[in-house]
Design a binder for this molecule. Structure first.
Ligand SMILES: [Zn+2]
Length: 163
């Protein structure tokens, strides 16, 4: 991937909406990510390294870096894809009706870049009862410890932050 062009779009903090043509996305994304994010593809079930991951941290959109899900809302649904019961915020994801493949489903897209992430179903656990079934290919994961170290190196470190 062209790092320079990725950096102008990819951010974990900038929430400005991004609208690029598929031609531009194609230049930035790997073929696997492009297929799922922009062509609404689906990765093979059980293929994601995040499927059984119990690491503590945050899942971001692999296309634009938007924060999507916290690991404490992840659960093992047995459906073959990483599953969550709640996005980080209401604006983390957006929804659309999906009637493709003869099914009535609700598509889940990134709230920042509009990339296809997966679908949401009504058979999830409490407290939301929702199951966000997300393609691992379009997720980036950052362990809490790494985020903490990055934070500690930053300038905004509080004086009494000692662990
Ligand atoms: Zn995104």
């Amino acid at each position: 991937m062209d790092k320079e062009s990725k950096d102008s779009v990819y951010s974990n903090t900038d929430t400005t909406k991004i609208a690029l043509s598929n031609e531009d996305w194609k230049k930035r994304l790997s073929p696997e990510v492009y297929h799922i994010a922009r062509e609404k593809g689906t990765e093979a079930p059980w293929s994601s390294k995040y499927e059984y991951s119990k690491d503590i941290g945050t899942y971001y959109c692999a296309v634009c870096g938007n924060a999507l899900f916290e690991s404490d809302t992840k659960f093992e649904s047995g459906c073959g894809w990483p599953s969550f019961y709640k996005p980080i915020s209401k604006s983390s994801v957006i929804y659309a009706n999906d009637t493709s493949h003869g099914m009535k489903r609700t598509e889940v897209m990134c709230g920042r870049c509009g990339s296809h992430l997966g679908h949401v179903f009504n058979d999830g656990p409490a407290p939301t009862g929702l199951r966000y079934c997300i393609n691992g290919v379009v997720l980036d994961f950052e362990k809490a410890k790494e985020a903490e170290e990055k934070y500690n190196k930053g300038e905004n470190k509080p004086a009494d932050f000692d662990n």
